[in-house]
Design a protein around this ligand. Structure first.
Ligand code: MG
Length: 448
């Protein structure tokens, strides 16, 4: 497995192996050179290597003449919002998102608060590789200043959203079990829940970066949260990933609902208040699509990756959208996946609905998604795609991102990951048996 992934959206690697202070320094110098000075926001999730890498990022940016506003521990969405709010030229977010504890990385954000697109990202990679850095002379190096209000400002903006009836949420006095995986969400979500009158049962809510579970908020990693919800009689359980852009829900029965339902419920709530197109990535469940169609709005699919979804949302003036991994994007707040806003929208939905969350979720269209992955080395991505295309040549094929084979009530999607050296195989069908069967069938086809 490669220990450093360099892509147009940033770098990610295992600290001390692929990802060293030197690699990070070069990337920060390259980004600052591309920006040609100006104000740059730096945030980091709570990873134990974050502070060390931040020093390299600060040296790199200030060395090429950028002034840094240092948010300290911050979620990715709070950092994106700070870029817009503080009118910065861009931002470096130090995080490896949902990857395990030994990983870290940089996500690069432009002046519009969106991740860099492929063209700009490629330019930064080139500067980093050719090492053509525009070092500042001694009297023009940048300065770095701390800024502690990003989470507070993000929270205030959420509470001002027109879709939220904060009094109605407060009246319900929801009991909420919250698992922040000791990540950056711990600096904003407990405070948000308190503002919304919830009783919070915290689980891993110290931002120490010492993840006590696998940090990806998949059902199999949330058993502890499920137990807490059941034992404490909570109305809902919320689980975040370390940089707070993905949210998973657990029902009052202590059952994980799966991240797809986070988005489907958010889409349903927002479309009840406002009409507008919905943008989803190619791998997102048909659940969200059915909800949007029932509301009579257009659905547009994009390649997987936040930047693709966010740019399309801006272009079509979408009402809501996101990625099925629990990444809700609400353009009225900002164009980025945002777990804190997903928490607020879920509570609003629960406040409007008379019954428990399990019933709200059961009323959604029912599909089952199966996700599998194959490590590269076992398979070459282009060859795998060709084999799938050939095997399913009589079905409807969609090449938006890798290959997606579509039938009237099911699909299977095969694509190389943007962030890990793997090929993903994702299938959806009305039953678990059928979706697992589709995944198995494809794995059989692409295995050498
Ligand atoms: Mg993340």
């Amino acid at each position: 497995m490669s220990r450093l992934m360099v892509s147009v959206s940033g770098i990610r690697g295992v600290v001390g192996e692929g990802l060293t202070p030197e690699v990070v320094l070069r990337f920060a110098q390259a980004f600052g050179t591309y920006l040609d000075g100006g104000k740059v926001i730096v945030g980091r999730d709570s990873r134990v290597t974050g502070e060390m890498l931040k020093q390299a990022v600060l040296a790199g940016l200030t060395g090429v003449g950028c002034d840094v506003i240092d948010l300290g521990i911050s979620t990715t969405p709070s950092t994106q919002m700070a870029v817009e709010h503080l009118e910065a030229e861009g931002s470096v977010m130090i995080t490896a998102s949902h990857n395990p504890i030994m990983w870290n990385g940089l996500k690069l954000i432009g002046g519009d608060g969106l991740f860099l697109d492929a063209k700009v990202g490629q330019r930064v990679v080139e500067i980093s590789e050719t090492q053509r850095f525009a070092f500042a002379p001694w009297d023009q190096v940048g300065v770095s200043l701390p800024y502690s209000k990003a989470a507070e400002e993000h929270l205030e903006a959420i509470l001002k959203l027109p879709y939220l009836d904060t009094d109605a949420i407060r009246e319900r006095r929801f009991k909420v079990a919250l698992d922040c995986v000791c990540g950056a969400g711990a600096v904003i979500v407990p405070q948000l829940l308190e503002e919304l009158g919830c009783t919070v049962i915290p689980l891993h809510c110290e931002p120490t970066g010492l993840f006590r579970r696998n940090p990806e908020p998949l059902p199999e990693n949330l058993t502890e949260l499920c137990d807490v919800v059941r034992d404490e009689g909570a109305d809902v359980g919320f689980a975040l990933d370390p940089d707070g852009d993905r949210l998973a829900l657990v029902s009052e029965k202590g059952e994980p609902l799966g991240e797809e339902k986070t988005l489907a419920l958010a889409v349903q709530l927002v479309l009840g208040k406002k009409a507008g197109p919905v943008v989803l990535n190619a791998s997102t469940s048909r659940m969200s699509e059915d909800v949007a169609r029932a509301a009579g709005v257009e659905v547009i699919r994009t390649r997987v990756g936040e930047i693709h979804v966010a740019k399309k949302m801006r272009e079509v003036k979408a009402a809501v959208g996101g990625e099925g991994n629990g990444g809700v994007i609400l353009p009225d707040l900002h164009l980025g996946r945002d777990a804190p806003v997903a928490v607020a929208l879920t509570l609003q939905h629960m406040a409007e609905f008379a019954g428990p969350l399990s019933e709200l979720a059961a009323a959604l269209p029912q599909y089952v998604i199966t996700k599998r992955k194959l490590e590269l080395g076992a398979v070459q991505p282009q060859e795998a795609l060709r084999k799938v295309e050939h095997a399913f040549s009589d079905a409807t094929l969609d090449f938006t991102d890798g290959v997606k084979v579509v039938w009237p009530n099911a699909w299977v999607h095969v694509r190389p990951s943007n962030t890990e050296p793997i090929v993903r195989v994702i299938a959806e069908a009305p039953s678990a048996e059928a979706s697992q069967g589709l995944c198995d069938q494809v794995l059989e086809i692409i295995r050498p």
